[in-house]
Design a protein around this ligand. Structure first.
Ligand SMILES: Cc1cc2nc3c(=O)[nH]c(=O)nc-3n(C[C@H](O)[C@H](O)[C@H](O)COP(=O)(O)OP(=O)(O)OC[C@H]3O[C@@H](n4cnc5c(N)ncnc54)[C@H](O)[C@@H]3O)c2cc1C
Length: 453
């Protein structure tokens, strides 16, 4: 197999090594001595090489997973022995930044942070700031249907993608269609936004970009409780304001973030942006809608800004090093009326082992994402696995029973494989038909969107 790959991409672009993403289960397994198997990693240098690898893999019934930064947290990138990984890092070109039409074309392997820096240098922004941005690629951000810290203003990745270029499982090619919008059939490229590499390989994207706001006003507020904070978030979103950032921390997460507020108080960080007059007027409106809260001034916003990328893959790995420790995050989303019950049920399910935190961000007029973090440590690896499994089980069943989504932005991979059909219902038939139609041999990432079932 190695010789065949070398013929396609050249000997220097093939190596053999273990590959995994940042799924905590894989990290915990590694610490128990169960490292992922070594697999062949090919680094194609152009569209024809990607197509040739896929054609060879199809003819020889070998599975292929595209790889970006490896920062996914759901075990979607977890190749088994005998499979191939397509390292997309040679697709690293930002082809065009069109400042007049506010469009950017770039290849899938471009680093998310590097793209943002290039845009910023021209007074532009993609507005996509997942906490993991420095470790991501554009292809991975698209394939996982990611969402960033500024999503309440700029939307999530699906709102940014105007078009995609893709190599399908049989080696054929689909190019971006004309923007800014088209009614020529459904927006089929959106099937690849969240497809986790299960349908084909994203080579590049045409993305909507924005002018950097002239002015930003950020403030902190202390709410007497979570209910009052959520009501204010809802009021802000439904007033038509699109805050740059709006995050509400539950009392435990407020303390965890280093705020010594009154017992039970919840921190809200809110920033508005735009022309100076608009940003200031919207900040004044947010203040009015946060009437129940104590103003904390600008400091919480500045502090949040300087720590926005602190939750790194390295820190996650370091926390998971000691035997018996576990840590994960679960990001659900629900309508405003469901959020309070979702919060209390999930919190009690994940809180049994020790740390349980929640913040609310990615707000919409209709509802919001509830982002839970939990961690603990047990005497043995088996106990740690059991506690970790119970936390997931509790969170997923609460979400499904209450009609919340089981993932707002991390995706499915292996982490949610057990529950994906429960949320998708009849849409699972559509997904399977698309998968079977485009990839009848099942060579594209077998662990995408819960895998074959
Ligand atoms: C500390 C930390 C914080 C995080 N914070 C956020 C956050 O705020 N918001 C958020 O949305 N996510 C977050 N994540 C999750 C992660 O960063 C995202 O899932 C990210 O989009 C993955 O990009 P990647 O390039 O690393 O993809 P990878 O992990 O390499 O791959 C992810 C999936 O995409 C597929 N894929 C990759 N490239 C391609 C391609 N070119 N074509 C087709 N399929 C492809 C892979 O096969 C795999 O299934 C966080 C992760 C960590 C570790």
């Amino acid at each position: 197999m190695r010789t065949e790959l070398e013929k396609i991409v050249g000997p220097a672009a093939v190596d053999e090594r273990p590959v995994r993403d940042m799924w905590p289960v894989a990290i915990m397994a590694e610490r128990e001595g169960k490292a992922p198997p070594k697999v062949l990693v090919a680094r194609p240098a152009g569209r024809d090489q990607v197509a040739a690898v896929l054609r060879w893999a199809g003819a020889n019934n070998v599975a292929v997973s595209p790889m970006g930064g490896g920062s996914g947290v759901c075990g979607a990138l977890s190749p088994a022995a005998g499979e191939i990984v397509l390292d997309m890092s040679a697709f690293d070109r930002v082809a065009e930044i069109d400042e007049t039409n506010l469009v950017c074309s770039c290849e899938a392997g471009v680093n998310g942070y590097a793209l943002e820096e290039q845009l910023n240098a021209r007074g532009l922004t993609l507005g996509h700031y997942p906490s993991s941005l420095p470790g991501t690629t554009i292809g991975g951000l698209i394939a996982t249907r990611s969402s960033g810290q500024e999503s309440s203003r700029y939307g999530s990745i699906e709102d940014m993608v105007i078009g995609l270029s893709v190599v399908l499982a049989d080696g054929t090619f689909a190019a971006p269609r004309p923007g800014p919008r088209s009614a020529v059939g459904p927006a089929l490229h959106q099937l690849f936004v969240g497809g986790e590499g299960g349908l084909g390989v994203v080579l590049g994207a045409v993305l909507r970009v924005h002018r950097l706001p002239e002015w930003t006003v950020g403030r902190g507020y202390a709410f007497p409780g979570l209910g009052a904070g959520l009501e204010s978030m809802r009021a802000v979103m439904q007033s038509g304001i699109r805050p740059l950032v709006m995050r509400l921390y539950d009392p435990e997460d407020t303390v965890f973030n280093g705020y010594d507020l009154k017992s039970g108080e919840c921190l809200l960080v809110a920033a508005t942006a735009g022309g100076r007059e608009i940003a200031e007027a919207e900040a004044a409106a947010v203040k009015k809608l946060a009437a129940e809260a104590r103003g904390l001034g600008e400091e919480p916003w500045q502090r949040w800004l300087s720590h926005r990328f602190d939750l790194s893959a390295e820190r996650m790995k370091a926390f998971l090093e000691p035997p018996g420790s576990y840590l994960d995050t679960v990001e659900l989303a629900a309508s405003w009326t469901v959020l309070p019950e979702l919060y209390s049920r999930v919190r009690s399910a994940i809180g049994v082992g020790g740390l349980a935190l929640c913040h609310f961000s990615h707000a919409y007029q209709q509802g919001c994402c509830a982002y839970f973090s939990f961690a603990g440590s047990s005497g043995t690896e088996a106990e740690a696995r059991a506690a970790y499994g119970r936390a997931w089980e509790g969170a997923m069943s609460a979400a499904l029973e209450l009609g919340a989504t089981i993932s707002h932005h991390h995706g499915v991979g292996q982490a949610r494989a057990r529950w994906v059909a429960d949320e998708m219902g009849g849409w699972m038939r559509v997904w399977r038909a698309v998968k079977e139609g485009l990839d009848p041999g099942g060579i594209m990432n077998p662990r995408a969107v819960g895998g074959p079932r």
